[in-house]
Every structure is written in structure tokens, then in C-alpha cells.
Design a protein around this ligand. Structure first.
Ligand code: FAD
Length: 495
């Protein structure tokens, strides 16, 4: 951004989840220090999918002072304790990636080292038995617990979330303009965006523009040509078909990701309905076959027309370019496997608020923002690739290609270090902590060949007592929890 003017007028283009998450957060935190306008077009609409989230959204809502029960009522949300992965290692086998800690870490070594040592000593109980969130999910139970409690996220209707945030943002002073953006005017001298021009002829000028126009990337790409890094080689799925069904029974507190021979299928239970979708690589499965497969693997009555979405996995090369920041799908998409898209929106918004300049924006701010955002995306990308690369499936061309693909060195190092030593390290505030990596790596079939020597220092009776007490404690807590569906109904029913 080369302009000399301080940022006073922020214009948000697009009113999907990204646009309204940005408006609500900026209006609430920056108050009247900025003039905030959001432009959206009802005629164009939003992408209309996005239901599964991860725990940092709980913090985001708290930062905005949102009452959790109000939010859950408004978005028909349920609690989410993790994701059940069916058929990723092998057809017919499942594992769970929970949001909780497993067992108890020592500062020098994660719990997996003690569990691995225990296994050698004949303790055959699965790693899962030591995780409270995982056991609660398996039994369909949930409650807010005191102290550190359970780590959770939400399954929600992101369109309703957008509408909920819109009410907040407008109450906090955001001006909403309805209309289709027909043109993006650039400043002849600087090349920055000067104004958005609507079909009606209305001209909206600003100092900083947030591109929340979804896959269209109207500002950041169509006007400013920020560039796109294509990650199809690593994340080959390129199409999804979404459909909503009625609930059958109470909603479980977890999302399901069911692998098939050319991708996977999601099932996300909300209070009033279930979101479903098939994700696939169109080189290996055509639309009709994908639709048939999806419709043949639903549990409740179909409520909506199937909605097909095409995408290219990858990221905008510069997320902040000149006086424009891409937030949401305009900044890239890495497929919904670990529910990271809404999280990336949240990260970008909080990062921007942290970097909000007092005067004109400096090029150093832009470079720092881009670097941090890029790091986040690369780390998430590695974690997603892991699910495809480390598989024992060889039953289709798709899985054979995934198993054979080259992967980034950063991921190869992580996989091989874990395989040899059982160690995994969280670097540079990366989103997914050690336990996430351990659960997915073991779930996908990597069993470490050794473990930290500190685990072997425990006497056999000490090890047995430790493992038994951790298992008992998790089981006792879960036995005292209410059923998730009943808990949600009670929580949302309370005023
Ligand atoms: P959109 O919802 O597309 O909004 C774009 C906005 O820009 C709209 O308001 C539109 O009207 C406006 N607009 C566009 N062009 C113009 C114009 N010319 N003039 C005026 N306005 C315009 N994320 C998760 O976190 N969890 C999930 O489980 C998940 N599942 C997904 C599954 C699929 C198949 C896909 C594709 C995405 C999924 N996502 C998920 C991502 C999630 O849907 C998005 O991150 C989120 O909805 C934000 O979208 P958005 O606001 O960037 O774009």
C-alpha cells in the first residue's frame, strides 16, 4: 500500500461468513475509530456451506463478547469434540482426531512415549482410552466442565452465523450497502484500489479494502492480480456436492469424514438438520457417480437440492496486496477435511486488528502479515496432506496416487521423525498441536519404532498405576456426563 493517508475508511466487499466475521470483529474492537462499510449482493448469495469448526472459534466469540447460548440458538449449533475418520488407513478401519489431550505429558516427552513403552510391557488398551474428549464423543456425551474442562468447537450453520454477526456489526455501526459490484476503480498513480462501483452507479471509496467476495476474488485477483499458488498436486480433490438431511436421532458431538475410493464424505450434525457432502477428485469420479454415491450414503430424509461446488486447492500468493486484504475463500481454499477455513478467516481478522496502523500502512506491516498468513496455511496444508499420503489403501488409482506423491520436506521430516522416535514438535505457534499429529499419524498407520528413554525409567508397577489411573479418571468423568443432545437442548433452552 503506497498511500500516505491513515486508514480511516475500511470497505468490506462481500457478506458471507468472512465478510460479517470481519465486520463484527472490527466494529466491536475498533469502534468509532474507523468508518466501516460492507457491500454485499443478495442476488449473488454466499457459498452456502461450512459447518464444522475447530476450538479457537470459542475464543473468537468470547473476544467479541458473544453469549454462547444466544450464539448456539441463532446458528443451530451443536458441540464438536473432534472428527471420526472412517476408511482413511484402510477401508473398514476408523480412528478419531479429538480436540483433547491424551493422557498426561511429561515436559520432556508426550504421553505417547509412555503409552508405547506400556504397550511393550503388555498393556494392550488403545491410545484412545486415555482421552476424555474422545471417550465422551464415542458415547455421545457432553457438558461444560470446570477448570480446564473439555476442549470443544461447534458444528453450526455458517450462513446463520453470518446473519447473527451482521446484527452485531450493524448495531456496532457498520454500514451495509446492498448491490452488485460492477467495477473496481484503481488509483491511476498508486495502483491501489480507490473505489468499488456498484451496478447502480454508487461509488464506495475507502482507504483499506477487505476482499471477502469468495472464490471470485473480485478485488485481490480480478483487479489486483495478486497471484495464486496451486496445491492440487498435494490436495487433489477439486469438487464437492453438498446436501442437507433431516436428523435421525440426537446429534452426536463429532463430525464424520468417511473416505471413499476417490475422496471422502462429510456428515455434520446440527440441532435441526445434518450437513452432508461428498468431496472428490473429478479425474477419478464423475459427477453422476459422485452424486449417486452421496445419496446412497445418507442417514435421513433429503431436505435440499444437491449443490455442486468446484474449487482449486491453493492460496493467494499475496494475501495482503496494496490496500487490499483477502479474507475467506478469496484468500484460498484447502478443502474442508480438518475444518480449517473459518479458522483461517478468524486468524486473518485478528492479525489485521493486531496490525491496525495508527497512521499510513507500512510495507513492513504488509510483509509481516503475508509471511504469518502464509506460514499458517503451509502448516495446515502439511497436516491435510498427511491424511492422504500416509494410507495403507491401494484399492483405487486415487489412493495409489496419494500414497506415491512427493510431499513437502517439512512434512516428510515430521513423519520420519515420528516413525523413528515417537517425537513430534509444534513449531512457530502452529495450529495443530502435538496430540493432533500423534492421533492422525497413528490413526493413519504409523507406529513409532522407539520412544523417549524417560518412559522406560518408570518401574513396571509405577507405569501400570499411571496408565490405570489415567484411564479410570477419563472413564469416571465420561460416565458422569449427560447425553449431548439433551445437554444442547437444555443449554439453548435456558434464557
Ligand atoms: P462466500 O460465502 O462465497 O461469500 C462471498 C460474498 O461476496 C457474498 O456475500 C457475495 O454476495 C459477495 N459477492 C461476490 N461477488 C460480489 C459482487 N460482484 N458484488 C457484491 N457482492 C459480491 N469451512 C469450515 O470452516 N468448515 C467447513 O466444514 C467447511 N466446509 C466447506 C465445504 C466446502 C465444499 C466448501 C467449498 C467450503 C467449506 N468451508 C468450510 C469454507 C467456508 O464455506 C468458507 O470459508 C466460508 O463460508 C466463508 O466464505 P466467504 O465468506 O469467503 O465466501
Amino acid at each position: 500500500m503506497s498511500g500516505e493517508a491513515p486508514v480511516r475508511r475500511i470497505v468490506i466487499a462481500g457478506g458471507g461468513t468472512a465478510g460479517w466475521m470481519a465486520a463484527a470483529a472490527i466494529a466491536r474492537t475498533m469502534g468509532r475509530t474507523v468508518d466501516l462499510t460492507l457491500v454485499e449482493s443478495d442476488a449473488i448469495g454466499t457459498v452456502g456451506v461450512g459447518e464444522s469448526t475447530i476450538p479457537p472459534l470459542v475464543t473468537y466469540n468470547r473476544l467479541l463478547g458473544i453469549n454462547e447460548a444466544d450464539f448456539m440458538r441463532a446458528t443451530q449449533a451443536t458441540f464438536k469434540l473432534g472428527i471420526m475418520f472412517d476408511g482413511w488407513k484402510q477401508a473398514g478401519e476408523s480412528y478419531f482426531h479429538s480436540f483433547g489431550l491424551t493422557g498426561k505429558d511429561h515436559w520432556s516427552a508426550g504421553f505417547q512415549h509412555f503409552w508405547l513403552h506400556g504397550r511393550e510391557k503388555g498393556h494392550t488398551q488403545p491410545y484412545d482410552d486415555y482421552c476424555l474428549e474422545l471417550l465422551a464423543a464415542a458415547e455421545g456425551r457432553f457438558a461444560h466442565l470446570p477448570d480446564e474442562g473439555m476442549n470443544y468447537a461447534y458444528q453450526l450453520d455458517s450462513t446463520l452465523y453470518g446473519q447473527f454477526l451482521r446484527r452485531m456489526a450493524e448495531a456496532d455501526g457498520t454500514r451495509r450497502v446492498e448491490g452488485r459490484i460492477a467495477r473496481v476503480d484503481l488509483d491511476g498513480e498508486s495502483g491501489d484500489i480507490a473505489a468499488l462501483v456498484l451496478e447502480s452507479g454508487t461509488r464506495i471509496e475507502g482507504d483499506l479494502f477487505l476482499d471477502c467476495t469468495g472464490f471470485r476474488a473480485l478485488l485481490i485477483e480480478q483487479a489486483l492480480h495478486a497471484g495464486f499458488d496451486d496445491w492440487t498436486h498435494y490436495l487433489p480433490c477439486d469438487t464437492a456436492i453438498a446436501v442437507q438431511t433431516g436428523n435421525v436421532g440426537p446429534p452426536p458431538p463429532f463430525t464424520r469424514a468417511m473416505a471413499h475410493d476417490a475422496g471422502w464424505q462429510w456428515r455434520i450434525p446440527l440441532q435441526h438438520r445434518t450437513g452432508n457432502g461428498i468431496v472428490y477428485c473429478s479425474r477419478y469420479l464423475d459427477h453422476d457417480a459422485a452424486l449417486e454415491r452421496l445419496l446412497g450414503n445418507l442417514t435421513g430424509p433429503v431436505l435440499t437440492q444437491p449443490n455442486r461446488l468446484r474449487f482449486v486447492t491453493g492460496a493467494r500468493r499475496r494475501q495482503w496486496h496494496r490496500n487490499c486484504i483477502a479474507i475467506g475463500l478469496s484468500g484460498g481454499f484447502m478443502e474442508p477435511l480438518e475444518s480449517t477455513s473459518i479458522h483461517l478467516i478468524q486468524r486473518a481478522i485478528l492479525r489485521l486488528i493486531r496490525m491496525m496502523p495508527a497512521g499510513p500502512v507500512s510495507l513492513r506491516d504488509i510483509a509481516e502479515f503475508n509471511d504469518q498468513q502464509h506460514q499458517d496455511m503451509l502448516q495446515i496444508r502439511d497436516f491435510l496432506i498427511l491424511h492422504y499420503k500416509v494410507t495403507e489403501r491401494r484399492d483405487s488409482l486415487f489412493w495409489r496416487q496419494c500414497a506415491a506423491m512427493d510431499i513437502p520436506d517439512t512434512l516428510a521430516q515430521k513423519i520420519e521423525l515420528f516413525r523413528e522416535t515417537g517425537r513430534v514438535f509444534r513449531r512457530n505457534e502452529e495450529l495443530f498441536a502435538e496430540n493432533s499429529w500423534v492421533q492422525v499419524m497413528m490413526g493413519q498407520g504409523i507406529m513409532p519404532q522407539s520412544w523417549h528413554p524417560i518412559a522406560s525409567k518408570l518401574r513396571d508397577d509405577e507405569l501400570a498405576t499411571l496408565l490405570q489411573s489415567l484411564r479410570d479418571s477419563a472413564r469416571r468423568t465420561v460416565a458422569g456426563l449427560p447425553a449431548h443432545g439433551a445437554y444442547v437442548a437444555r443449554y439453548c433452552g435456558a434464557s
